[in-house]
Design a protein. Sequence first.
Length: 690
Amino acid sequence: MTPTATHYRPYLIFCFLLAIATFATPVAAQPTFVKTFLPDTIGPGSVSTLRFQISNLSLTSPATGLAFTDALPAGMTIAAVTNAASSCDGTLLAPAGGTAISLSSGRVGASSSCVITLQVTSTTPGTHTNTTSSLSSSLGTAAPASATLTVAADRPGFTKSFSPASAFFGDRSSLTFTIDNTLSTVAAANLTFTDALPSGISVANPASASTTCTGGTITASPGSGVISYSPAFFGDAAVGAGSSCTVTVSVLAGAVGVLANTTGELTSTLPTVFTPRSSGKASAALTVSFEQVALTKAFSSGTVAPGSTVTMQLTARNLDRRSPATDIAFTDDLDAMLPGLVAIGLPLVDPCGPGSSLSGTDVISLTGASLDPEASCSLNVVLQVPSSAPSGTFINTTSAITATVGGSTFIGSPGTAALTVETAPVLTAQLSGDPVGGGGTVTLTFELLNTSSSDSATAISFDNEVPPVLQAASSLPASGFCGAGSTATFTLFPSPMLVVAGAELAPGASCTFSADLDVVEGAPAGIYTSTTSSVAATVAGQPVTGLPASYDLQIVAAPLLYKQFLDDPVAPGDTVTLELTLVHDENAPGTASDISFSDDLAATLSGLQAVGLPAADVCGIGSSLTGTSTIQLSGGSLEPGSSCTFTATLQVPTTASPGAHLNTTSNVVATVLGARPWATRHLTSSISRG
């Protein structure tokens, strides 16, 4: 019998159902496994973030039992601060300083990914290829993941450290960033990094920010959680070939625990190349512990000169949440720290609660202090540094702080701080002639003092990137103004800079010198702060570094003038209205008085004259607008943020030729804070015959 379609129907139905079942059943694929180094090139000793990503491609099934191992290549280790983090569940092993990483019993959901990150480092230049084991899971085995980290000796390494690395709550620690270019044969310029401090660490007050790098600007505002270092101009913020430099900022411990801190990437350029290169990151940790009653101390300046004064701040804190602290006491032997160091301006009465007293000279004592729960008090003491003080760093340690808390006697840790006495020259700067307007001149005066009473200071040098509104030097001190080889030069490229070099001073001697600097015409109003570089010198055959000096320049400006013809165009013989508006900036530092300008109408159009003048009090009481062929405003006045508008009716001569006629005023002049600046601009307008 010949088969028919009816005979094949059961077979066709079976095949159809099998096909449906085959396409409806999801296929479970094994997870994917990748790894990367961020960044993939670092300087020797810097930190890179090692990142593993596991992706589950299954639409319905989680991947469980995730497991892999990663033996780091020779020369690479897990960083001392691991910052290890995982969203893969399970157990992650990544010991600080170790060379192996492992995950076991991990899990990632269907159609999901998980990530593992940690910090690694290497001091060995070269290319380091890192390959893991296979990744095993309940959904199958993924191939090993591989990535390459390059440690490049042509760029600086980047590390950081806290000193001390362990502190009590409320203590200070010195955070130092080290930029190590010792393995490189070329200099690195335009050094730039940012460090977002972790919660619980903030910039101390004072920040005591300093750098041994060449130039650059440190941004570290007291109380903030961000520190940054960057060039002030291209080629600035540099470290030489085969050298290293540091950036140091004082920070405050404000939380208890291990506070891990990793910076952003350090970037730099070759001296003549614009493209930045990454050196990687730097990491460190500050361990903070807790005492019921804590004593901390700090000096307002970490470096002082013999014979100067410095403020010491002592802060007592009661960290107990329930009980007050009474009978708080401690002593501080200043003479034991530095012979001849004494406190001035004591005693202080009731500085830390009623009945408390801070007294003494070479040994100071706090007695009878009291603090409510979680309260604190700060004591500021001015210290006189003896003029005979030798150079060096002196550690000042108080006695243990004692108190009664909750009926029990408490004995806490001493407060400690370091003070450096350096016989480096002291530089002061003073600006005269401001407030000043655009086109004016100011005088910048410097004084150098050799604080050493026994040795000459030679090869004294510093530079000052002056505010950008100062674009020329009309006079500089003649060579030899501070020793035979001393010079002062002024350059404009890449930014206006005054450079002093080759100065020398006998023991205890000083010199004073000045430069007249011209303010660029049209300089915008504002206060411009300028800080010199540190002062470099040689004293007793040793290089020393003195503190920078700062000054403020205040620029003032006259009100701006706006003008328009309201009924332009006009015909010969008609009249036209000229509207004039003066505006004084809302951020101006003071009232603009004696405002004046003139407008030569005849120069615009022969025979053009004002009619109906004079007009009184047009811009303040006592002001007037006068004239015919030339009109003048005099005696005007405006408060900051105010304006005045006034008009003049002009008679157009019947002989006026067709066309546009441009009208331009003189500069606007005014008195602001005693200076007589002219406006940054004066506007023009035109009339035309229709």
